[in-house]
Every structure is written in C-alpha cells, then in structure tokens.
Design a protein around this ligand. Structure first.
Ligand code: Q46
Ligand code: ZN
Ligand code: ZN
Length: 310
C-alpha cells in the first residue's frame, strides 16, 4: 500500500476517500479536514477562545493537538470522574502529560470527588435507579458549561467523531427521538448562560483519529471506561461497521443525510414554543426545572455542600 501523494509506505487506507497516505502526508491531511469542518459548519473564528473537553482518550487529545496546531487559542478541561480500575487516574495522567509537553497548552482539572464529594460510581450507588453513564453525561455537561461561561470561552469543543455521531443517530432513529434528531449537529449555538458546543472531528472516523494519535506519538488511554462495557452505542458501532463493509460510505451518507434533511428539507422542525429557562436557584445556570437544576438537585442533601462552587 503506497501513499497516493509521494509513493512512500502508506500508514492508512481510507476507502471512502479512495486515499492511502504515508505518516507525513496523513498528519498534514487530518488538520486540513478539521479546518474545513470548522469553516463549513461555522464552529468558531480564529480569534475565539475554545475550551476542549479532554478525557485523555485518542479523540480529545487528537482534537486538542490539531486545534493548537491550527493556531487556535485552545485550553483543556479534564474532569476526573473517580472511575475505578485506575481508569480515571490514568486518564488524568495522560491529559496532564500532554499539556506538560506543550508550552502554552493550559489544562484545568476538576476532580469530582474532591470538589463535590463523590465520583460517578459512588453517585450512581447513592442515586439508585440512575445509570452511571446518564449521571456522568449530565455532570460533565454541567461542569464544562460552568467552566466555559466563567472562563469567558466562546465555545466548548468535544472530540466526537463520525462513528460516535452515527451510533447516536442510529439509536435516536430506532427510538424516533425527534427532539434529539432535531438537535444532533456539529454545532449547538450558545444562548445566555449556555456556551456554544462544537464537534470539529465530526467528519473523521474513529480509526483515523486513532491513527492520527499514534502517528503523532500522542500517549492516550487505550482502555474504555469500565462503565462503557456492553454499552448499546458500542453494539451500534459494530452494526454500522458491518453496513459499511457491505456499502462503503454508509456512515457519511447516514449522518450527512440527517443534516441535509433538517437544513434543506425542514425535517424535524419543531413548531413548539421555545422552552422557558430560568436561572438555577443555587448555581445560576439556565434550567427548565423549577428551583434547582438537575446538577444541583443531584447534590442537594448529598455528600458535601456545593453552594458557591458551581
Ligand atoms: S465516562 Fe462516563 Fe462514559 Fe464512563 S461513566 Fe459512562 S459516560 S462510559 S463517555
Ligand atoms: Zn506521502
Ligand atoms: Zn444548579
């Protein structure tokens, strides 16, 4: 397998693009794709400040690396979720090592157990009936938003890749979750108290972000979070990869088809009145619930008083 550009040994063959590239040309190709996505979906401009959600995995570290390489002002935020088997400790170590090796890459770490009183597994035990991942998603969204708004960032960037997006899309389609289908996009515009959210890797596949991290020598955590075991999205990813083997380009077609159906054909357009938001009585973040937001309710009467911390 030879690089299409220089004839050298290729490190990756991307069937959907009919393109094989050597390490050097692949490392040039990836940031160009990301820059295109940023521009096409109007994610952010060159002078805006970006807060990257850094888990310590391949996608988030590749994203941070690419944004810094493209010259963006991109800082990182890592949330230590307190997940066992060494997963959280290792993840934090990778994020810190990445930042330490790059002068100018500022990383903030929020340790959930230390700052709020409990990590995700403990929270899930305390709030029986709530799944760890649903609590985790809400906690991460809240902390990221709080950090972005208080830090004056223009956007939160996450490392979701095309495989992540199509797996979620399949799940939402199977359930006909119209409200999610109406909002699944590379950019979620901000509103007062809610930072804009962007997904610059949305046109790259998981094997491409993994290859980028490997060729670039980024040390990331290989293991999945132990709570992800058996997660439905992993099963959907497998199914989508089988579809892709039969019919190349299925993933792009599925995802871009959603964007097209919505933007060009008006699918999933909601005529509902805009939901009224008001500030949470404790943390001030916008919420639809009366009184406390879901995050503050989680801790109310819980482990440690979070007043003034969120
Ligand atoms: S980190 Fe959190 Fe994921 Fe672990 S507990 Fe579930 S949601 S699987 S991206
Ligand atoms: Zn080459
Ligand atoms: Zn709140």
């Amino acid at each position: 397998m030879k690089c299409k550009l220089c004839g050298g040994t290729a490190v990756i063959n991307m069937h959907q693009h009919r393109l094989s590239l050597c390490g050097e040309h692949f490392l040039q190709w990836v940031p160009v794709q990301v820059a295109r996505a940023i521009k096409k979906y109007r994610m952010f401009g060159p002078d805006e400040r970006i807060l990257v959600a850094v888990s310590g995995g391949k996608d988030s570290l590749a994203l941070w690396d690419i944004l810094l390489g493209l010259g963006y002002h991109a800082d990182g935020l890592h949330i230590n979720l307190g997940v066992g088997n060494g997963y959280s400790a290792e993840s934090q170590a990778r994020a810190e090592a990445f930042a330490a090796a790059r002068p100018g890459a500022a990383l903030r770490v929020v340790d959930l157990a230390r700052e709020y009183g409990a990590g995700i597994p403990e929270l899930a035990r305390m709030r029986r009936g709530r799944k760890a991942c649903s609590l985790c998603g809400m906690v991460k969204r809240h902390i990221m938003n709080q950090a972005a708004c208080s830090g004056g960032y223009d956007a939160i960037a996450t490392g979701h890749n095309l495989d992540d997006e199509v797996a979620v899309l399949l799940q939402n389609t199977l359930r006909w979750s119209v409200s999610y289908l109406a909002r699944q996009a590379p950019v979620l515009p901000g509103e007062p108290g809610l930072a804009r959210k962007v997904k610059p890797l949305v046109r790259l596949r998981e094997r491409e972000t993994a290859a980028y991290a490997l060729v670039r020598g980024i040390d990331y955590i290989y293991d999945e979070c132990p709570h992800a075991e058996g997660a439905t999205t992993l099963f959907y990813k497998e199914i989508l990869s089988q579809l892709e083997t039969r019919s190349r380009g299925t993933k792009e077609m599925f995802y871009l088809g959603l964007l097209d159906a919505r933007e060009q054909q008006g699918a999933f357009r909601s005529d509902d009145e805009k939901v009224e938001m008001h500030p949470c009585a404790r943390c001030g973040q916008p919420t639809t619930a009366p009184g406390l937001c879901a995050f503050c309710r989680l801790w109310a009467g819980g482990t440690k008083d979070t007043q003034g911390e969120v």
